[in-house]
Design a binder for this molecule. Structure first.
Ligand SMILES: *Cc1c(COP(=O)(O)O)cnc(C)c1O
Length: 385
């Protein structure tokens, strides 16, 4: 049988009979969503001022084990504000995976800084700490407590690990690298709500982390995000900055810096509160689906299911399969057949240095990211498959 048909058969065996088009990841609303959203409308509390925002922040902090959470209007805004708060400024470089959704690099660019692309590890698909260490050792110099790119002369201020499809990066090893080169870590945990590293929730290793609740993520607020942190002062600054930097006062408009209007509306937070109640069930289902996929897909010669690394637990946000190097040239045939047959499937993101606005950015050898792009496919991953 052709590989595309073998993969289709495996997917169908894992998800069972389906009448309609099967999306990559569609939201599910079967809990208190309607009740909470309706309450916002009935009471008029729809804007960013309202009790669901406070509740949502408390519940996100509690669930992730972070001391504080600040809800914002999307994950990209959370990243941008997080980077600004750890000191990223115009002219800096920030280490970003070549293999990520474009928002990670864009958040750096919005601050006038330059993304500097780093390679992935095959096992986690995320930043490879050992190879990053070797690369920084060879290409940077320390001046006091600051790390400089010898080639560009720019300061390398921070690194943004991203937990790809929910699989945690090796955070302890990366934290060591950050210590050695005095880099701030801001985790892009947009895909990893519910994923843990050595028993603790991802997002707790960086100074702060960004979560996303976009419509295709594990839980959704329609659009939304959060900054989580264990640094209360940073959380206070994040809240201030995302509320147009308005100083508290009963009537005066007084702003002390150029802030942002990045708040999450109450109506979205209401959706988020209801979704969070469902999260444990979602994670259970996603794990079971991943197990079924793994069983079916690993039978195929030249195809492997992308499993969680041994040091962590993935939320299996998006399931992924990897073609062997020999089968890589069939990737587009597989994509065409699956999509034609109503099984939505996507390749990994095109590596950042292949996008026109980022092609001249500094980068290490990113051949693993390139190979992953050539060989990986995401397959249907909604909660109730
Ligand atoms: C979804 C996502 C984001 C951005 O989140 P939005 O809420 O869509 O702005 C950032 N980084 C990664 C890796 C993502 O998958």
């Amino acid at each position: 049988m052709m590989i595309a048909s073998e993969i289709e058969t495996a997917i169908r065996a894992a998800i069972g009979p389906q009448e309609d088009f099967v999306a990559l990841h569609e939201p599910t609303f079967q809990g208190n969503e309607w009740e909470y959203v309706k309450e916002c409308i009935d009471t008029g509390w729809v804007s960013p001022v309202g009790s669901y925002v406070d509740q949502f922040e408390e519940k996100i902090a509690e669930y992730t084990g972070a001391e504080r959470a600040v809800a914002v209007n999307n994950g990209t805004a959370a990243l941008k504000v997080g980077l600004r708060l750890v000191g990223v400024e115009e002219g800096d470089e920030v280490l970003v995976p070549a293999l990520t959704f474009v928002a990670t690099a864009n958040a750096v660019s919005y601050l006038g800084a330059t993304p500097h692309f780093v390679d992935s590890e095959r096992r986690t698909l995320g930043v490879d700490p050992d190879r990053l260490d070797t690369y920084l050792d060879r290409t940077t110099e320390m001046r006091g407590e600051a790390c400089y790119n010898r080639e560009t002369g720019r300061r390398i201020r921070a690194v943004v690990p991203m937990h790809t499809f929910g699989h945690p990066v090796d955070l302890d090893r990366l934290a060591d690298v950050c210590d050695r080169y005095k880099l701030e870590m801001v985790e892009d945990a947009a895909e990893s709500l519910g994923s843990t590293y050595k028993g603790n929730h991802t997002g707790n290793w960086g100074r702060c982390a960004a979560l996303s609740f976009n419509g295709n993520k594990t839980i959704t607020t329609g659009g939304g995000g959060a900054i989580i942190t264990n640094d209360p002062a940073l959380a206070d600054r994040a809240r201030h900055l995302t509320k147009v930097a308005k100083k508290d006062h009963p009537w005066e408009y007084n702003h002390d810096t150029v802030g942002y209007n990045y708040r999450l509306p109450n109506i979205n937070a209401a959706l988020g509160c209801a979704q969070l109640e469902q999260l444990p069930l979602y994670l259970e289902n996603k794990r079971r689906l991943a197990e079924r996929y793994s069983e079916e897909v690993d039978r195929i010669d030249g195809v492997t299911f992308v499993d969680e690394p041994e040091f962590g637990r993935s939320n299996y946000w998006l399931n992924a399969i990897m073609l062997s190097a020999e089968k890589a040239h069939r990737r587009d045939d597989v994509l065409a057949q699956l999509n034609d047959h109503d099984l939505m499937s996507r390749p990994a993101w095109k590596p950042m240095h292949w996008l026109p606005m980022y092609e001249d950015c500094p980068r290490m050898d990113v051949s693993v990211a390139e190979a992953v792009y050539e060989r990986l496919l995401n397959i249907p991953s909604s909660v109730f498959l």
